[in-house]
Design a protein around this ligand. Structure first.
Ligand code: AMP
Length: 215
């Protein structure tokens, strides 16, 4: 399947993407994970992106499009992909449309995961993420804590609160979402590609996707 996952930070795009990869071998492509990996590795990309990310600002479109142009041409994307956290702006969406046309790739749809704001806020404040760039498993101190506090069940690295998940950075990220990313819902609706799922559970989103794609 070839999907875009839309929704505010904390809507569950990453969790849904991971569950969808189990269905048909499509790969999750998270620009946030790629950027965090680059920051940890101290690459040029990481150095350029770090300041924006810490503040909860978006990284410039040109950097992101460079990453995605390369990533979408890697062989593991042939089976399908789940775009998690990309596109984030109208210019990114327009460039993605042109890129997919050039690569002769047809999207199935853009799935908006619509979660009430109070749930989003609570989730982000209680979220923990594995700091190992190869893993980046997601936990929640209330609903899905690691078996040993602060340690990732899957790889044994530390499960930490992300630097951009302080209360100040979170409210900035949500404001950025409303201003720059929410307009993509109209963009994909106009393109006839939008499916909105009002959901508080990832299973509800998975069922909706399966129903729509007949799988
Ligand atoms: P995420 O893990 O998707 O919440 O992304 C974490 C941070 O990475 C965001 O707050 C942005 O600073 C940056 N980022 C991730 N994806 C994008 C994107 N498509 N465009 C611009 N910045 C991005």
């Amino acid at each position: 399947m070839k999907l875009i996952l839309l929704g505010a930070p904390g809507a569950g795009k990453g969790t849904v993407a991971k569950l969808l990869t189990n269905i048909d071998g499509s790969v999750q492509i998270s620009t946030g994970d790629i950027l965090r990996g680059a920051v940890t590795a101290g690459t040029e990309l990481g150095k350029e992106a770090e300041g924006y990310m810490k503040r909860g600002d978006l990284v410039p479109d040109t950097l992101i499009m460079g990453i995605m142009e390369t990533r979408l041409q890697e062989p593991d994307c042939e089976k399908g992909f789940l775009l998690d956290g990309f596109p984030r702006t109208i210019p990114q969406a327009e460039e993605l449309t042109a890129l997919l046309e050039r690569l002769d790739i047809t999207l199935d749809m853009a799935v908006e995961i619509d979660v009430p704001k109070d749930i989003i806020l609570d989730r982000l404040c209680t979220r923990r993420t594995c700091e190992n760039p190869e893993c980046q498993a997601i936990y929640n101190v209330k609903s899905n804590p690691p078996k040993v506090e602060g340690i990732c069940d899957k790889c044994g690295a530390k499960a930490i609160q992300r630097e951009d998940e302080t209360e100040e950075a979170i409210s900035h990220r949500l404001a950025t979402y409303n201003e720059k990313t929410a307009p993509l819902i109209g963009f994909y609706k106009d393109a006839g590609l939008l499916m909105s799922v009002p959901a508080v559970s990832s299973d509800a989103v998975i069922d909706a996707v399966k129903g729509k794609l007949n799988i």
